[in-house]
Write a protein that binds this ligand. Structure first.
Ligand code: ACO
Length: 421
């Protein structure tokens, strides 16, 4: 739907901003404005002419962290193409990149790796608290609650200086995997496995989850999965993190809120539902009738469609290959082949492409990871992007406070309670 706004400066796409600062764009003309969404107004308190449903096409922050080109199917982190990073980089290197706007030197990378590894362990009080959680709790909800509680054990949590915030970001990024693995083991009646500071994040997570070192192949694939999920511009959970950070609440508060946003089935929760769907479909022959029936019933097929990509999600290109490899190495390509068939039918019927959640599901399944850990695994990666955005928000903060387009009544006379029908 074309959106008209009343704004002091309306420029064509590509023209330079009239003044530095945030930009608000609504498909078509690009409006550069002094501040964020609250400048959708022509007067201090006058509402915008109309609002964009779901804020589609609206630039609600300025960021150098990542960019999505939905038409070309491109994703870049700080200028680097995701395909190059997936081929050549590691998760730890990407963390440095997201936080520092450039790739690290060898010694900078080694320093960051050491800091992360030295922070893997979580406070014993937190593990004791997690043991009180109901065993049937969803692991993504356990992660959300654990991160909220982790703030109690950080005396510097409220120090929002860059130096202190980077330390918090390191702690959070290092401890997400420990918390997720511990929550899975606790619910299975097992003791958490202590982190191994000689391992990178990907290998250490798989080790803590299963209690044995993963194969090099699985550890490598998992590492690249973390690279692929690390950031994605102003997705729902990142926007949530920035809104909370914009109030100058601490990083734990912003990340806790982001986990809540990620957990929804229209966002990070889709990957678990993809695998549930594949298991429900059961076999290759059933794919076509199942999908056609679901579409006829107007059901959303999890792992397909995207708010920005209008072509293949570049992350899905790699995950498709990982799903294939994971099937081959486990000697069971059934889930990969079923996924390919789902992809074919949905493209034929609806013209939709798979998103990042689709092939990650069968990849993790073949690695023996429990279904309800897929979304927490997404968070283990995305914490790097969330913290990057929070650092960016703190460094040039402006409270994020858009307007709502009021659609209710006005001037309604007040009726005393005993005169109401
Ligand atoms: N299955 C079936 N139809 C779909 C799907 C889907 N997965 N996605 C979009 N459509 C259809 C809609 O029904 C609608 O059709 P209509 O015009 O005939 O009514 C049209 O495509 C537009 O759909 P919207 O939901 O309005 O598009 P939007 O850009 O808002 O949706 C979203 C993006 C929410 C991701 C959607 O595609 C979806 O619900 N997908 C399934 C959930 C999912 O995989 N989420 C993960 C996204 S990636 C991430 O967050 C990490």
């Amino acid at each position: 739907m074309p959106v008209t706004i009343v704004a002091p400066a309306v420029l064509r796409a590509g023209e330079p901003p009239a003044f530095p600062g945030h930009r608000l764009s609504l498909a078509g003309p690009v409006c550069y404005l002094q501040s964020t969404l609250r400048l959708m107004t022509n007067k201090a308190n006058a509402p915008a002419a109309t609002s964009a449903a779901g804020l589609r096409g609206v630039f609600a922050a300025s960021s150098s962290i990542s960019d999505v080109n939905g038409e070309r199917g491109e994703l870049i982190y700080q200028g680097y193409n995701i395909h190059d990073l997936a081929k050549h980089s590691t998760f730890e290197e990407v963390i440095f990149l997201l936080w520092n706007k450039r790739l690290p030197t060898r010694s900078e990378l080694s320093e960051l790796e050491q800091s992360l590894r030295a922070s893997y362990e979580v406070p014993g009080e937190l593990i004791a608290l997690m043991k009180q959680f109901p065993h049937e709790a969803d692991p993504i909800d356990e992660l959300r609650t654990a991160i909220s509680a982790l703030e109690f054990y950080d005396p510097n949590a409220r120090d929002l200086s860059r130096e202190s915030s980077v330390k918090t970001a390191i702690k959070l990024t290092a401890q997400f995997p420990t918390i997720v693995a511990a929550s899975d083991r606790i619910r299975r009646g097992l003791d958490p496995v202590a982190p191994d500071g000689s391992l990178n994040i990907a290998t250490n997570f798989l080790y803590m989850l299963k209690g044995e070192k993963p194969s090099e192949h699985d550890a490598h694939i998992f590492d690249i999965c973390l690279v692929l999920h690390a950031d994605h511009e102003l997705n729902a959970s990142t926007f949530t993190a920035r809104v909370v950070a914009g109030t100058l609440a601490d990083m734990y508060a912003a990340v806790t809120a982001a986990i809540g946003a990620l957990s929804g089935p229209l966002h990070g929760g889709a990957n678990t539902n993809v695998m549930k769907m594949l298991l429900e479909i059961g076999d290759l022959e059933n794919v076509e009738p199942y999908i056609k029936k679901a579409l006829a019933e107007k059901r959303k097929i999890m792992g397909f469609g995207h708010a920005v990509y209008k072509t293949e999600d570049p992350r899905a290109t790699h995950l498709r290959e990982f799903s294939k490899q994971a099937g081959e190495s486990a000697g069971d390509s059934k889930w990969y082949e079923m996924s390919r068939k789902v992809e074919e039918v949905i493209f034929r019927e609806k013209g939709l492409y798979p998103n990042v959640d689709f092939f990650s599901a069968s990849t993790y399944y073949m690695m023996g990871i429990p279904l309800d850990l897929y979304t927490p695994i997404f968070a283990i990666s995305r914490i790097s992007g969330w913290t990057g955005h929070i650092l960016e928000q703190y460094s040039d903060n402006k409270l994020i406070r858009p307007r709502a387009e009021y659609i209710g009544q006005r001037d309604v006379p007040y009726v005393p309670i005993d005169q109401r029908s």
